[in-house]
Design a protein. Structure first.
Length: 314
């Protein structure tokens, strides 16, 4: 039998958590937005992509692509022929959410410390977001429906979804030739994206920085040292290290990828209905908060990205 003290503590916790949710156990919209802000605040990739919310398990978003060429030779007194007339190319992006769940445990001493404070709701949101942020970053990049990891196999991530423009580097260290060839793989109509970036893992980026030491002169030294506001990259496109990028890809389980893209071209979506359940577990002396959410991700326009495979990254 639970003690009166336990019952009082649990009731206070239930009331505080109930303030977070609407009827049906759904997190209220303001708290959902707070959760998302905390979850993406201290991770690298998720903070740079387009993070949004959707209303339903399956959502279709409109997107429009421009034709490759819209200007043609003008002939005085004549309209452009039908074959030369341009129109936007409409299409649909379908986002299908997948349900995930997690638990946050508050032991009795932590619960006692927090329950009397006005910030208990904030504590719950903070703990939930902190516990899931690295998992969200991982599936954003490494999601693969063929993965042996049951979480990563829920849906494909950025690397697995990049299939149109792929350059096999041939098991070489990352150098300027790899970045140049990857840039050449990107279709010309997309090479002037304002936010274009290279992404790779720490060791591959370190190998590239080392390769710059073969160059001579103050400018090369400044780039290597990171001084004079010079950022490591190629042809004015920065090269960023992304902590969750893989380092044991085939062949020979020592490779990584390099991704060339505009991060805002990738969309990561939370469905608005995030649910909370809670229970006191006397045998463990913990107050468990179980929450479920639905996630989806995809490129807005996948041909705007390019990927190098078989780059040494271990």
């Amino acid at each position: 039998m639970q003690s009166n003290e336990d019952l009082t503590l649990i009731n206070k916790a239930d009331l505080a958590v109930a303030d977070l949710i609407s009827l049906g156990g759904y997190l209220v919209p303001e708290q959902l937005q707070q959760f998302i802000r905390i979850a993406i605040k201290e991770v690298v990739a998720l903070a740079m992509v387009h993070v949004t919310t959707v209303n339903a398990p399956q959502t279709q978003l409109d997107k429009v692509a421009a034709p490759a060429r819209v200007l043609h030779k003008a002939v005085e007194g004549e309209a452009l022929g039908i074959a030369y007339r341009s129109a936007p190319i409409p299409s649909k992006l379908t986002l299908t959410t997948t349900e995930v769940m997690a638990e946050v445990h508050l032991n009795r001493s932590t619960l006692e410390d927090q329950i009397e404070r006005a910030g208990f709701q904030q504590t719950v949101i903070q703990l939930m977001a902190e516990r899931v942020r690295l998992d969200l970053e991982d599936i954003l990049i490494n999601g693969d429906t063929d993965s042996a990891d049951e979480f990563l196999q829920l849906f494909n991530g950025m690397l697995d979804l990049t299939t149109s423009n792929v350059f096999p580097a041939g098991e070489v260290a990352l150098g300027k030739s790899v970045l140049r060839d990857l840039y050449d793989v990107l279709p010309e109509q997309f090479e002037s994206q304002a936010n274009l970036q290279y992404w790779t893992n720490r060791k591959a980026r370190s190998a590239y920085r080392s390769s710059l030491s073969d160059r001579v002169g103050d400018l090369a030294d400044a780039i290597i040292a990171g001084g004079q506001n010079k950022e490591v990259g190629y042809d004015d496109v920065p090269l960023r290290k992304i902590p969750m990028f893989p380092n044991s890809l085939n062949p020979n389980a020592h490779c990584t990828n390099v991704l060339l893209h505009d991060p805002k071209n990738f969309i990561f979506a939370f469905q608005r209905q995030m649910t909370l359940d809670r229970e006191w577990r006397p045998s463990q002396r913990v107050y468990a908060i179980i929450f479920t959410m639905r996630l989806a991700q995809n490129w807005k326009h996948e041909p705007m990205a390019a990927k190098a495979s078989e780059v040494l990254g271990a």
